[in-house]
Write a protein that binds this ligand. Structure first.
Ligand code: ZN
Length: 266
């Protein structure tokens, strides 16, 4: 039974993770706060086990897709576990978790600018492997190959400072009925139905229409909940990806949404 630092893991995991295994095991342990079995808090450096469930599917082009769901237990509560499930290839079952927020940035001249942000991640993390090569994270490797940047700070002011425009073939469109789509090289990486009647959506879209672009914050280990967006772990583990993407089609939808929101507010 291999052990990395204080974490025991199933040796078969090596074949799935390759070179990334040490990083994966220690990251999973760092992110876990409580034992998945007894629910008691995990102390730093106490002996723990890694429990991993992998789903494995193959796209028609032969690319292997893997999702990893992991949990951490006290060693006394459970030994390491690995389960692997083969599933049919279903590209539409990805489950993104997203947050839309507005950040404000002050320029050196003292002017304030509102930057619309779309943050999203996949839960569980999606990885793929082409032609038996290295395992690659879909939300880290794909955007980085298309002009996105790796953010090393979780500080939003630093992120706003660093963010640069992604490649020209990256684009966000908003269809008249409110369907937002992020495309990289023509492939849809993220889609979301916006709601014209929602005041939050209307406000965000107004900002998008004014800015003409969106700051995309993505990658793995983003913690997105009802109450907010936490990017500390992603920045710390080198899986936080940022980039500015131009938006088209938002004008007509944004003004329609504003009218509807105003009617609603009356
Ligand atoms: Zn326990």
């Amino acid at each position: 039974m291999p052990t990395t630092r204080n974490v025991a893991w199933d040796g078969r995991l090596q074949a799935f993770k390759g070179r990334d295994i040490t990083h994966y095991v220690t990251t999973a342990a760092d992110l876990a706060k409580t034992c998945a079995s007894c629910r008691a808090p995990l102390e730093t450096d106490e002996p723990v086990s890694l429990l991993v469930e992998i789903t494995q599917s193959w796209a028609p082009d032969g690319t292997e897709y893997l999702t990893f769901t992991d949990a951490v237990c006290h060693r006394r509560c459970s030994g390491p576990v690995l389960t692997v499930r083969q599933t049919p290839w279903e590209p539409d079952t990805l489950s993104p978790v997203a947050a839309r927020v507005l950040l404000t940035q002050k320029s050196k001249s003292g002017r304030t600018r509102v930057v619309p942000v779309l943050a999203f991640t996949f839960v569980p993390v999606l990885s793929f492997r082409e032609d038996g090569g290295e395992l690659t994270s879909a939300l880290v490797a794909l955007p980085l190959a298309r002009g996105f940047q790796l953010a090393v700070s979780h500080d939003y002011a630093a992120i706003l400072e660093q963010a640069a425009e992604a490649d020209a073939n990256c684009r966000i469109t908003v269809a008249p009925e409110g369907l937002l789509r992020l495309r990289l090289d023509g492939e849809i990486l993220y889609r979301e139905q916006l709601h014209p009647g929602s005041a939050d959506d209307a406000e965000w879209l107004q900002a998008v229409a004014r800015a003409g672009h969106i700051l995309v914050i993505s990658g793995d280990n983003l913690n997105i909940t009802e109450t907010g967006l936490d990017i500390h772990a992603a920045a710390q583990h080198g899986t936080l990806v940022i980039g500015t993407v131009p938006v088209s089609g938002v004008g007509s939808f944004a003004s329609a949404a504003q009218h509807r929101a105003q009617r609603h507010a009356r």
